[in-house]
Design a protein around this ligand. Structure first.
Ligand code: FAD
Ligand code: UDP
Length: 387
């Protein structure tokens, strides 16, 4: 039998999108699935591994699972137990550590008691205790004292960090990006307030291994779909033969069409790992550097994973820069400006000619998704396909 006839579905990419869809189609519909993954590992951006010092690290930066969706949490809980972990982040502002998102604790640390009390009351009166206010909204506040606080937060938390991360100022990027970290009128120092949050008790990689452990799923690592799939005149070819099944693609959509209209812009990161001969390096899982340094943040993995190990610890620094499309780079963050979204839409329209082809995931949809949003979309995609 030709390879193209052996499978009902080809999945490109073994990240969260590809893996959940493969498992669901295999399990709920008995489909035979082949996953093509260009890297030598599973898990996509959520991949983790034991480093040479025996410390569990996240290959592509800190990944903390959080969701309000019970279905998503229950689904992943079939494949992992959880370490109960609530992520906390502080910003290093000229040596002073302030909780991020900026909240009432940050306010009291940054300002003298009378002023902090007074501003706190104003914030509560205007927005209500427990509310979350995007910084760009707070900056539009007509009250002079609140406008001054908004400027302080903007200048010390958002401006330089965003310039480093995106190469753009906060008001030049989609306002939803900085709204991910709103000013929080509360004393809650957690980075996320979702109902369910944690880290896979063993590892993300074990979670993926268990999802992939199904007799109907076959996985080819080191297999770039660009060398194996061709899209021509409404037909998809796999290794040169017509393929009539479903194709689920979770890579960058411009690459499906040889970037014929030019590359979709992304930001990438250089991750610099260091292992230090000390039990702990910093007080929180992540410390952000919003006013200085070339890196945006430092994460200490043992704080996330709870791994007990005396005398050494591994940290990672994240250095953002423009993605240029070379094979050694990974596109991490779509830059959702109007021009880029318009370019994306030109590529997406090309897929209309291929009804068997589905785009899913952070790259394929050019959207700034968290893991839980991808899992939810993948589950709902399979619901719809099996109706
Ligand atoms: P990916 O994980 O990118 O998977 C796509 C896969 O497709 C990759 O394995 C890639 O190698 C493969 N691929 C691409 N092109 C091809 C090709 N041509 N042939 C074969 N294979 C191909 N989310 C959270 O919920 N919490 C967090 O704390 C969090 N932290 C993050 C930190 C960083 C630094 C980054 C970058 C992201 C973070 N995320 C976080 C987001 C999370 O990583 C994504 O939501 C998730 O990985 C998206 O899954 P995906 O399957 O869409 O994409
Ligand atoms: N941000 C910032 N300063 C911070 C934290 C976040 O300016 O200390 C802005 C920045 O633009 C960043 C965005 O808020 O890209 C979203 O932050 P988040 O932590 O959600 O980014 P991610 O974890 O996805 O990289």
């Amino acid at each position: 039998m030709k390879k193209s006839e052996m499978y009902d579905c080809l999945v490109v990419g073994c990240g969260m999108a590809g893996t959940v869809i493969a498992r669901e189609l295999a399990e709920r519909a008995g489909k035979k699935i082949l996953i093509l993954e260009k890297h030598d590992h599973i898990g996509g951006n959520a991949c983790d591994f034991m480093d040479e010092n025996g410390i569990l690290v996240h290959r592509y930066g800190p990944h903390i699972f959080h969701t309000n969706c019970k279905r998503v949490f229950d689904y992943l809980s079939r494949f992992t137990q959880w370490r109960d972990y609530s992520h906390e982040v502080v910003g290093n502002i000229y040596g002073q550590l302030l909780p991020i998102p900026f909240n009432l604790n940050s306010l009291h640390l940054a300002f003298e008691p009378n002023k902090a009390e007074h501003i706190e009351q104003k914030l509560i009166d205007i927005y209500g205790f427990g509310s979350k206010v995007p910084i760009l909204e707070l900056r539009r506040q007509p009250d002079a004292e609140l406008a001054q606080i908004a400027d302080f937060i903007y200048d010390n938390i958002f401006l330089y960090y965003t310039q480093k991360q995106w190469g753009l100022a906060p008001d030049e990027i989609d306002s939803l990006v900085t709204a991910r970290v709103p000013v929080f009128i509360s004393y809650d120092n957690r980075y996320f307030q979702d109902t369910y949050q944690g880290i896979p008790a063993q590892s993300y990689t074990s979670l993926f291994e268990r999802m992939l452990d199904h007799p109907n799923i076959e996985l080819l690592l080191n297999s770039d779909a660009r060398n194996l799939l061709q899209l021509e005149a409404g037909e998809i070819f796999f290794e040169g033969c017509p393929f009539n099944g479903t194709v689920l693609y979770s890579g960058p959509t411009d690459e499906l069409f040889d970037c014929r209209y030019g590359r979709l812009p992304y930001r990438t990161l250089d991750f610099v790992f260091e292992t230090l001969n000390t039990t702990w390096y910093q007080s929180k899982g992540t410390v952000n550097y919003p006013v200085d340094q070339e890196y945006t943040r430092i994460t200490e993995f043992k704080r996330l994973t709870g791994q007990a190990l005396d005398g050494r610890t591994t940290i990672v620094k994240e250095y953002p820069r423009a993605y240029t499309g070379t094979d050694s780079e990974t596109p991490y963050y779509p830059i959702q400006t109007l021009a880029n979204l318009t370019l994306y839409e030109r590529y997406r329209k090309l897929t209309d000619e291929f009804p068997q082809l589905h785009l899913m995931g952070r790259l394929a949809e050019y959207k700034y998704y968290n893991m839980d949003a991808i899992v939810k979309k993948a589950l709902e995609f399979v619901d719809a396909l099996l109706l």
